[in-house]
Ligand binder design. Structure first.
Ligand code: PNW
Length: 467
């Protein structure tokens, strides 16, 4: 059912697991700052220590081996490597840490997939305007080149930026993620634009300087729900679905995979609303003098969690905000069970549909599912049968996408290897295949039933039944 070289992975992100927020010369990031402000995160929690993976990497490696993963997705902390965000000062302790992680993985025949940016901008760069500033894209490119140069002899799968949509919207429109800015209808479009520019510059740097020697692949990870009209035959619902898709997946995938520019539906909706409000268009344009954004992905990296039904409305009226621009309301189908966090309806078959859509819309790219997960809240259940079922069902949908729809799926990464710091939800939401005891100084890791089941699936398909 699965090709011999299919990637069986699990993922984590630096801020969510590492801790050691001030260890060995690391600079502060926007998540350090955000969590240390009152009222930002559930229970005033923070990632100061998290899973202590900066100290306990060997324990993570044991978990990875226990699952039999072929791939491990991790992110690098920009501020651990470059404390002030620039290459003027390199923190060698940070370089040593990631060198060890990468070398240990390879020694165990596990391939690293490395994300350069998973939400944690160095605070020093936020102080100069952060992602709203065009200069941050150039500094990201320098950081990316530094990483390709330092680790690219061994890392062959790169993600530049994880979920630019979440960074832009949750961080700059809603203010519920770092840097906690609430500038509806304006900042998120600017941030998304600079992230696309940053990604494109880094891809071009890899392409022209490192690709021939290192022979790796570079992309950005795009999160998307599967969306369907609330009423299949109703024009308004179909149009609303198209708009919402343009404002989420399309926002980042259209420029990179289709036209080099934002979806027409997105631009015209923003322009129309801008005219009503009497302000200029708030969606920036790509400059012809800069490296093209079209064609800057060697594969499609998809983070999939859930599905939605869509109808018009749910804006904030005449107010300036993204919701008014996109004029689309999301509805949960009552037949979909919700697991843990309120936004996560369990819809494995949505992934198959989304994969088919990606194949048809983006010219049949190689696809990695770089995140897929199921959360647990409330009392700890190590025997997490539902999560085990979820991964089994979801992997079955990937198999159908491969076999029946001929989607070029190359890998599946569960989110997450470990229970970790779940952003604004702190430690109250658990996504791990291993439970982490945050009351224990040793942060002991215990496999969940879902981890055992995932290991069984991997051992059944790995190297075994090739196509
Ligand atoms: C992703 N939402 O983020 C991230 O890549 C992970 O770091 C995170 O742990 C995982 O999903 C689970 O949440 C999201 O509120 C954060 O819709 C928030 C949302 C979606 C994705």
């Amino acid at each position: 059912m699965f090709p011999r070289d299919f990637a069986w992975g699990a993922g984590t992100a630096a801020y969510q697991i590492e801790g050691g927020w001030q260890a060995d010369g690391k600079g502060p990031s926007i998540w350090d700052t955000f969590c240390h402000e009152k009222g930002r995160v559930f229970g005033e929690q923070n990632g100061d220590e998290a899973c202590s993976s900066y100290e306990l990497w060997e324990k993570d490696l044991e978990c990875i081996q226990q699952l039999g993963l072929t791939h491990y997705r991790l992110s690098l902390s920009w501020a651990r490597l470059l404390p002030d965000g620039t290459t003027r000062h390199v923190n060698q302790k940070g370089v040593q840490y990631y060198n060890k992680v990468i070398d240990d993985l390879l020694a165990c025949s596990v391939s690293p997939m490395v994300t350069l940016y998973h939400f944690d901008l160095p605070q020093a760069l936020q102080d100069q305007g952060g992602w709203k500033s065009a200069a941050t894209a150039t500094l990201f490119d320098s950081y990316a080149k530094f990483c390709f140069q330092t680790f690219g002899d061994r890392v062959k799968l790169w993600i530049t930026i994880n979920e630019p949509y979440v960074c832009a919207k949750l961080g700059h429109e809603d203010g519920i993620h770092a840097p906690g800015l609430k500038e509806p209808g304006t900042a998120a479009y600017l941030v998304g634009h600079n992230m696309l520019r940053a990604h494109a510059m880094a891809w071009h740097s890899y392409n022209s300087r490192y690709r021939t020697q290192q022979e790796g692949a570079v992309s950005l990870a795009i999160n998307s729900d599967w969306l369907e009209p609330l009423h299949a035959g109703r024009t308004e619902d179909i149009d609303a679905t198209e708009r919402l898709l343009a404002f989420t997946l399309g926002w980042f995938a259209w420029p990179v995979f289709v036209t080099g520019d934002y979806p027409e539906v997105m631009r015209s909706a923003i322009d129309a609303q801008s005219e009503k409000l009497g302000c200029g268009s708030r969606l920036p344009s790509f400059s012809k003098d800069e490296p093209a954004v079209l064609g800057t992905a060697d594969f499609f990296a998809l983070n999939y969690y859930t599905s939605r039904k869509v109808k018009p409305g749910a804006g904030c009226g005449e107010m300036l905000c993204m919701k008014s621009d996109r004029d689309a309301g999301e509805v949960l189908d009552p037949s979909w069970p919700v697991c843990g966090v309120s936004w996560l309806a369990v819809v494995p078959h949505g992934l198959r549909k989304l994969l088919k859509y990606i194949k048809d819309t983006f010219n049949n790219p190689a696809v990695y599912v770089t995140e897929s997960g199921f959360s647990q809240v409330g009392p700890l259940q190590l025997h997490d049968v539902q999560r085990a079922e979820f991964h089994k069902d979801t992997i079955l949908e990937v198999a159908k996408a491969l076999q029946d729809d001929k989607v070029n799926v190359r890998g599946y990464f569960t989110w997450s290897l470990l229970d970790n710091f779940e952003w604004a939800d702190g430690f109250s939401v658990r996504f791990g295949l291993f439970h982490v005891d945050f009351t224990d100084a040793k942060r002991s890791r215990t496999v969940y039933q879902s981890g055992r089941e995932y290991a069984k699936i991997i051992s059944k398909y790995k190297c075994g039944q090739s196509r």
